[in-house]
Design a protein around this ligand. Structure first.
Ligand SMILES: [Zn+2]
Length: 85
């Protein structure tokens, strides 16, 4: 009888084999969504954050608003077919 932690680990390993974690950024203003390299580095970060604000290092290329990361699980087959073009 395997220990519970082994069972959980095996379950995660199975999920990881079929899904890939991917970080995408979404603009808080216009909703533009893309991978990190589709966004600029944020400018004047020290002027734009108040204590307690969610920090981000990305800025929308379209409107200049801050863009925040989120993590999505995408099936491996789909990510292989996905291109930026
Ligand atoms: Zn934007």
């Amino acid at each position: 009888m395997p220990r519970m932690s082994d069972q959980i680990k095996n379950c995660f390993m199975r999920i990881e084999s079929e899904y890939e974690k991917m970080t995408v950024y979404t603009c808080a203003n216009c909703g533009f969504t893309g991978e990190r390299n589709a966004f600029n580095d944020i400018r004047d970060a020290y002027l734009r954050f108040e204590p307690g604000d969610t920090y981000t290092d990305a800025e929308c290329v379209t409107c200049g608003a801050m863009a925040f990361p989120r993590w999505v699980d995408i099936p491996k087959a789909e990510s292989d077919a996905h291109t930026l073009d």
